[in-house]
Write a protein that binds this ligand. Structure first.
Ligand code: MBD
Ligand code: FE
Length: 314
């Protein structure tokens, strides 16, 4: 039996009042969005004949999600971050600003204010005994391949257990997080360790929903980047190391073909030697291309709540 009530005057009036349509105070855009959102929720409850038990379990789920601090982890798991990227790609296309290295999602684990280095940084603190050394390097250029000196390459990645410093309090401050200014040839380089993929907390809210969907909560080994240079569009992206079981099966939908890189394991490398690793090391090379723009609002990363974003930086 399908009970249909959403079309009634009583429910429509209720929705209007819920959204504050009957009062002057408040924000028009928020009112319209809440009206649409609650109308869709009511309709969903009707169409799926959602029971009170199901409804209240969803309410308490949202409460738990917030308590666990996992709202920004569930978002990419449900493809929302990817969808925002699809929209930004389409906006760029429409504005004639497509091209350059593709963007992909930021994720929830950035920490602002990492140490700034010129040309080269060592990113790991040397305490991860099981970690394998990695050397990552490349160029930042414009779309014509002209090197961009003094671009800021802001890098962050997980440790050999898939954990990120700051969120994992067992790591030192800013471990595996650095900002590197490109040299006069547009080059950046870093010595670090090979990151492992990330897995959602197995007992967390995100994984609980993913289980209901029959999905895993794993990300492949990846390295995050913000790249910025005056006169160019800010780039938020990641590279995925090829050969990971989850390279093309990322729960956060961040993999793009152009962003998958081979990690080359070598017995010895001149760059490694130069930066204190004489034995085996894995080399990763990736060049970034930025698109020119004079629009200031496109030259900075968009605002969102980020760890230490507004902290005083020494
Ligand atoms: C990550 O490391 C990440 O990059 C994303 C998008 C989600 C969870 C953990
Ligand atoms: Fe990540």
């Amino acid at each position: 039996m399908t009970i249909q009530t959403t079309h009634t005057a009583e429910v429509q009036e209720l929705l209007n009042k819920v959204a504050g349509f009957h009062v002057e105070a408040g924000n028009e855009r928020v009112k319209k969005i809440v009206h649409r959102f609650m109308s869709d929720v009511f309709q969903l409850i009707e169409d799926f004949d959602v029971t009170p038990e199901e409804f209240w379990s969803a309410v308490y789920y949202v409460g738990e999600l917030g308590k666990n601090g996992e709202a920004s982890l569930l978002a990419p798991g449900l493809g929302m971050d990817k969808y925002l990227d699809i929209r930004m790609d389409a906006q760029d296309e429409a504005a004639g600003l497509a091209g350059g290295t593709p963007r992909t999602i930021e994720g929830p684990l950035y920490v602002a204010g990492a140490p700034l280095a010129d040309g080269f940084a060592r990113m790991d603190d040397g305490t991860d005994e099981t970690a394998e050394p990695m050397l990552i390097k490349g160029l930042v250029t414009d779309e014509d391949g002209k090197p961009l000196a003094n671009a800021i390459v802001d890098i962050w990645h997980a440790d050999s257990k898939g954990n990120y410093s700051y969120f994992d309090k067992s790591q030192s401050d800013f471990n595996l997080r650095r900002r590197i200014k490109t040299d006069e040839h547009g080059r950046y380089a870093a010595r670090s360790i090979i990151p492992s993929g990330y897995g959602c907390p197995p007992e967390g809210s995100t994984q609980a929903l993913l289980n209901q969907l029959g999905r895993h909560g794993q990300r492949p080994a990846h390295i995050h980047f913000f790249i910025s240079a005056p006169g160019h569009k800010h780039l938020t992206t990641q590279i995925n190391l090829a050969g990971d079981e989850f390279t093309y099966d990322d729960f956060a939908f961040a993999t793009r073909d152009e962003l998958v890189v081979e990690a080359r394991a070598v017995e010895h490398s001149a760059d490694g030697e130069k930066h204190g690793v004489s034995g085996p090391i894995t080399e990763v090379e990736f060049n970034f291309q930025l698109v020119s723009t004079d629009k200031a609002e496109l030259q900075a990363r968009h605002e969102r709540k980020r760890a230490l974003e507004n902290a005083a930086v020494a």
